[in-house]
Design a protein around this ligand. Structure first.
Ligand code: ZN
Length: 166
């Protein structure tokens, strides 16, 4: 039986819970997640545990924060004026963008954690940083990746013919 290995497109259903058993995210009853295995498209601790699994397998995986979205390391939430954003952008909690470093040395990912009329709360850490992740995963199916999926480093949908649709 085919097993999950690097350079395969994998389709899974998953439910993600925190340590208090609250559901953080779930694909069940919605679209399954389709990803390219072995290219860091999912958190490292989960990717490692799915290697070698077969269609129909159901697995429970506990991922420590460091092996998930990392420990919190930023300065904590910051409040900035909504005027810092282009007026045509709709600001929504959970949104991610790249912010320029004050010293001009590049860009860092930033997440919006709160929005009110005049201000936006941002955080330099992923919303799930510092959290242990408890995954319940069902392996739906898998196939070898197409050449251009490997070039792009991501899946083009499970039924995709390898064409570029995004
Ligand atoms: Zn692509």
């Amino acid at each position: 039986m085919t097993q999950i290995a690097n350079d395969m497109i994998v389709e899974i259903h998953y439910t993600l819970r925190d340590d208090e058993n609250n559901v953080i995210d779930s694909s069940v009853g919605d679209q399954p997640l389709v990803y390219l295995h072995g290219h860091q498209n999912i958190v490292p601790g989960l990717e490692r545990e799915l290697t070698g699994k077969a269609k129909g397998d159901k697995v429970q995986v506990r991922v420590e924060a460091a092996d998930g979205y990392g420990e919190r390391k930023g300065p904590g939430p910051q409040t900035i004026s909504t005027e810092a954003f282009p007026p045509d952008v709709t600001l929504v909690p959970g949104m991610q963008f790249m912010a320029p470093m004050p010293d001009g040395s590049g860009h860092v990912p930033v997440w919006i954690t709160g929005v009110d009329e005049a201000s936006v709360t941002i955080d330099f850490d992923h919303p799930l940083a510092g959290q242990n992740l408890n995954f319940e995963v069902e392996i739906m199916r898998m196939r070898d990746a197409h050449e251009n999926e490997l070039t792009h480093g991501h899946a083009h949908g499970f039924e995709g013919d390898g064409g570029h649709h995004h």
